[in-house]
Design a protein around this ligand. Structure first.
Ligand SMILES: [Zn+2]
Length: 212
């Protein structure tokens, strides 16, 4: 079954992947603790990390926007190529059961080098783009963007966070809950296992399905 799911993932047949994952959960009886479905090796190794990132997104969403932002797919860019792009937000990146979702890509080569704080700065930056998309705004780094970052308490230029701001609360809560997240992201960089954008999307779909 695992092989079949991985094969379908490679082919990009997401409908089949979902049906197979669903069939797995239906036929699952006594799975060992913590193992209830099969994932490709990289996703098994870093399932905790992906889940923590989605938790982090939820944390930023609730402190920053009162939970008003829609779910988005989180993509890990593990390329070691030198780049200045720490991440990007993509509107209408994927569709699940007729609903369209945006995506945020995180460049680990940049974000995993710092602490969880630099990851937060990136997430809040890209989530502000998600906020623009969700509200029919144009995107970009114009006045609405700058005001939003100011409201959140992020000073990107100085990589500083205003005391008592939403960003300040997020940073504290994330640091106390998952202090090892940045280290896990660095571990993602050196894993021998393969990951891909399509498998990242499949993981997102699986999370959405399992929340039902
Ligand atoms: Zn931007």
């Amino acid at each position: 079954m695992i092989d079949l799911i991985v094969e379908k993932m490679r082919e990009g047949d997401w409908g089949a992947v979902l049906r197979l994952l669903h069939a797995r959960t239906q036929t699952q009886t006594a799975a060992p603790a913590g193992v209830s479905y099969d994932l490709p090796p990289f996703y098994r190794e870093f399932e905790d990390t992906y889940r923590q990132l989605y938790w982090y997104y939820g944390l930023c969403n609730s402190w920053g926007w009162g939970g008003a932002l829609p779910p988005v797919a989180l993509l890990l860019n593990r390329s070691r190529r030198r780049t200045h792009v720490a991440g990007y937000a993509k509107p209408a990146a994927t569709a699940v059961n007729g609903h369209v979702y945006c995506a945020i890509s995180i460049t680990l080569n940049i974000c995993a080098c710092g602490n969880t704080g630099s990851l937060m700065t990136l997430l809040l930056h890209e989530m502000t783009h998600i906020w623009q998309f969700a509200n029919g705004r144009r995107g970009g780094h114009g006045r609405d963007f700058k005001n939003e970052m100011l409201r959140l308490g992020v000073d990107e230029a100085g990589l500083r966070v205003r005391c008592g701001s939403p960003a300040d609360h997020i940073a504290r809560e994330a640091e106390s809950r998952y202090p090892r997240l940045a280290a896990r992201l660095r571990a993602c960089m050196v894993s021998p296992h393969k990951s891909s954008r399509n498998m990242d999307y499949a993981f997102f779909r699986m999370l959405l399905e399992s929340r039902r």
